[in-house]
Design a protein around this ligand. Sequence first.
Ligand code: AMP
Ligand code: MN
Ligand code: MN
Ligand code: MN
Length: 288
Amino acid sequence: MIYDHSTSSPSVLNADLHSHSTVSDGLLSPTDLTRRVADLGVELFALTDHDDVRGLAEAREEAARLGLRFVNGVEISVSWETTTLHVLGLNIDPQNEDLAGGLAVVREGRISRARGMADDLARVGIPGALEGANKYATNKEMIGRTHFARFLVASGVSSGVKDVFKRYLVKGKPGYVAHEWASLSDTIRWIRSAGGVAVIAHPGRYKLGANPMRRLLGEFRDLGGDGLEVITGNHTPDQMRHYASLAKNFGFAASRGSDYHGPGESYALPGRLPPLPEGLRAVWDLWK
Ligand code: AMP
Ligand code: MN
Ligand code: MN
Ligand code: MN
């Protein structure tokens, strides 16, 4: 890919390429989310629901109505070594059969994991969690920990979603179920088959030391991965600098996305993050 430095500077475009609707664990419908994002001044927007692409048509339609540039996206759950990773597929063709088939298998795994989570919560005296969580899942196939967290808050077990992720649903706590997600190689293959670019989401959120992180980035690059989400809702300024430098060293393009899940459940608002650091190739230049 040749990057033309004479085109408009990537850092000035208000791109937000990571967000969730009710098709996964966001609080707003694809239409309402797209309106919110446009209101906040975003100029290039990607909806990236977890393991599902069925919100894209609706969001795209609303974006067209509002004159907002829209990018088809997805955030795929991956098991790499002993870590769960999230890989964004951006500028994908949602009709692609390899991608759609792969995502369907990941969603089936979510349903069996959810049963296991509910069984484990029942063992510590919290019954009815599967039915409870399902009430918060608009898309029953995309049941996840956030839906369980909302149920635990609503039923008075926990004071808030953040609190849930300290006391429940995480390794060593009630409601946690170890799970095998998609492999990194399958994930990149599906994204590439669908004509998209693969980007490691929120790299600062994984509990990886310097060496495993380098091993991951090397493997990701060898498998055909394209980018790193340098600017994201929960990165500190130090992490933004750190991942900018890793993106440069490994030759990755850089992405920017809030990981917005809706009011009250997000690290940052869409379109309000710092710009991409200078000197990095922006992911959106890969499909321009
Ligand atoms: P799952 O893919 O079902 O394991 O759920 C992962 C989702 O849980 C993430 O995408 C977040 O939306 C949410 N999540 C994970 N950790 C936290 C946390 N500490 N605080 C709030 N939400 C979290
Ligand atoms: Mn989520
Ligand atoms: Mn994620
Ligand atoms: Mn996300």
